[in-house]
Write a protein that binds this ligand. Structure first.
Ligand code: AMP
Ligand code: GLY
Length: 431
C-alpha cells in the first residue's frame, strides 16, 4: 500500500525509516517532509495543517494509511476528514486531540477520571486570574490553554514573574487566541519521564519508557526547546512498573474517550513528573514525542505498519509487539541560537561516516537536499543522531562518537544527554 506521513521533523524521518522496512508498503509520501524522508519516498509540497489538501492528495494517490506526525493537523480534524474519505488514519480525531490542544480540557478529563495531576484553576478573565495568583503565592506554573508551539508554559518562582507571564498571555496575546484562556497550576518537583502507548480505541500497548531533555543547556538550564535529546528505557520508570503506570495514567483516558463516543486511535503520550509523592501527569500529547520517537523506533522490533493498521481496525490484540532489550539514545544537533534566532543554509557533512557504525542512525530534522543533493540546514533542530547500545553507556558512547563525525557550521548539541540515567544507574547500584 501507499502510506502518507504528515510532518517534516526528525520524528517523521524516523517514522518513514521504520515504515519503509515494512513489506506491506509500496510507496511512502511525506507532506511536506525533509531531506531524510526525500530518500525514502517522495516529499509532497502540502503543509502539515492543510487538511483539505492532504485528503485530496490521499484520495488521488491511492493512500492506504495516513500517519499523523504532529498535533496541529489532528486538532484541525485530519483524522475525521480521512475517516469521511474512508482512508485509515493513525492518529486521533479532533475531539480526542483536545487532550493536547486544550490544557483545560485535559485537566478536566484528568479530574473526571481520577488521574493524578497538579492542582489547578482555569481562567478566562485577567482580573480573576491576577487575584488568584496573588492569593495563592509562588511558585506556580502558568499555561496557555491552546497550542503555542511548546512555548506556552512558564514555571514561575515569584508572584511578580507569574503576573508578568499572565499579562503577556492574556492582555498582550503573546500566543494569540491560544493564551486567552489560561491554566494556573501548582509547581511540581521531581524527574520527568515520557510514557507512550499505541491505542486502538479500546486497548493499549504501552511502549518502553523514555526521557526527553527539554532545556537547551547542559544541566537542564536555559529556555525550553522541542527536545535536545532522548533515551529509552528511562530508569525512573522501569519495565516492571509499566503495567501499573498504564492503569494509572493511560487506560482511564482511553476508557473515558470510548465512553464519550470518541475512541482514541493513535499514540497517547503521558508526560509525567515522578517524585517521592508518586507520579503526576504534566500533560498529554496525542502523537509520538520528538525526539522520543527516534530512540523508541530504533528499539521497535515489530512491523510498525502492522501495528498502526491494527490500531485503525480496533484489533491491537492481534499483533505481538516486541522491543529490542537494548538502550537507544538520541542526541539532537541544532543550529546555535535555537530556540531563539539561528542561521540556516549550512551544509552538513559526515553522515555516512557516522552511520558506518550499523548501530547508529542519523535522522534528519530541519534540513533539506539542495539541487546538488547536499543536505543543508533549514531549521533549529537539524539532526537527531541516534544509536542502539547494550546499555546506556554503550548507546551514549556510540551516539556521541557519531556526533563527532558530523559537521556543519554553527552546530550545537548538549553533551549531557543520558547523564541523569547514568547517575541514577550508579546510585541504584550503590543502594
Ligand atoms: P507541558 O507542555 O505542560 O508539558 O509543560 C512543558 C514543561 O514545563 C514540562 O515538560 C515541565 O518541564 C514544565 N512543567 C509543566 N507543568 C509543570 C508543573 N506543574 N510543575 C513543574 N514543571 C512543570
Ligand atoms: N519531546 C516532547 C514533545 O514531543 O512534546
Amino acid at each position: 500500500m501507499n502510506v502518507l506521513i504528515v510532518g517534516s521533523g526528525g520524528r517523521e524521518h524516523a517514522l518513514a525509516w521504520k515504515i519503509a522496512q515494512s513489506p506491506l508498503v509500496e510507496k511512502i509520501y511525506t507532506a511536506p517532509g525533509n531531506g531524510g524522508t526525500a530518500l525514502l519516498g517522495e516529499n509532497v509540497a502540502i503543509g502539515d495543517d492543510d487538511v483539505k489538501g492532504l485528503v485530496s492528495f490521499a484520495k488521488k494517490h491511492d493512500v492506504g494509511l495516513v500517519v499523523a506526525g504532529p498535533e496541529l493537523p489532528l486538532t484541525r480534524g485530519l483524522a475525521n476528514a480521512m475517516h469521511d474519505a474512508k482512508i485509515p488514519c493513525f492518529g486521533p480525531t479532533e475531539y480526542c486531540a483536545q487532550l493536547e490542544g486544550s490544557k483545560s480540557f485535559a485537566k478536566q478529563v484528568m479530574l473526571e477520571t481520577g488521574v493524578p495531576t497538579a492542582h489547578f484553576a482555569v481562567f478566562e478573565d485577567f482580573a480573576q486570574a491576577k487575584d488568584f495568583i496573588e492569593e495563592t503565592g509562588a511558585p506556580l506554573v502558568i499555561k496557555a490553554d491552546g497550542l503555542a508551539a511548546g512555548k506556552g508554559v512558564a514555571v514561575c518562582q515569584s508572584v511578580q514573574e507569574a503576573l508578568f507571564e499572565l499579562e503577556q498571555s492574556m492582555v498582550h496575546k503573546r500566543f494569540g487566541t491560544a493564551g486567552e484562556k489560561i491554566v494556573v497550576e501548582e509547581m511540581l518537583g521531581g524527574e520527568e519521564v515520557s510514557f507512550l502507548a499505541f491505542c486502538d480505541g479500546e486497548r493499549i500497548a504501552a511502549m518502553p519508557s523514555s526521557q526527553d531533555h527539554k532545556a537547551v543547556g547542559e544541566g537542564d538550564t536555559g529556555p525550553n526547546t522541542g527536545g535536545m535529546g532522548a533515551f529509552s528505557p528511562a530508569h525512573i520508570l522501569p519495565e516492571d512498573a509499566y503495567q501499573d503506570m498504564a492503569e494509572l495514567v493511560l487506560l482511564p483516558i482511553v476508557r473515558h474517550m470510548k465512553n464519550k463516543g470518541h475512541p482514541f486511535v493513535g499514540v497517547l503520550y503521558a508526560g509525567l513528573m515522578v517524585s517521592s509523592d508518586g507520579p503526576k501527569v504534566l500533560e498529554y500529547n496525542v502523537r509520538f514525542g520528538d525526539p522520543e520517537c527516534q530512540p523508541l523506533l530504533m528499539r521497535l522490533d515489530t512491523d510498525l505498519v502492522e501495528i498502526m493498521l491494527a490500531c485503525c481496525k480496533g484489533r491491537l490484540d492481534q499483533v505481538d509487539i516486541r522491543w529490542k532489550p537494548q538502550t537507544a539514545l538520541c542526541v539532537v544537533m541544532s543550529a546555535e541560537g535555537y530556540p531563539g534566532g539561528y542561521a540556516k543554509g549550512m551544509r552538513i557533512t559526515g553522515i555516512d561516516e557516522a552511520e558506518a557504525d550499523s548501530a547508529c542512525k542519523v535522522f534528519v530534522a530541519g534540513a533539506q537536499r539542495d539541487e546538488d543533493g547536499w543536505l543543508v540546514s533549514t531549521g533549529g533542530r537539524v539532526l537527531g543522531v541516534t544509536a542502539l547500545g547494550d546499555d546506556l553507556t554503550d548507546a551514549r558512547g556510540r551516539a556521541y562518537s557519531a556526533v563527532g563525525k558530523i559537521s556543519f557550521a554553527h552546530s550545537y548539541c548538549r553533551r549531557d544527554i543520558g547523564e541523569k540515567g547514568l547517575k541514577w544507574e550508579s546510585e541504584g547500584e550503590n543502594k
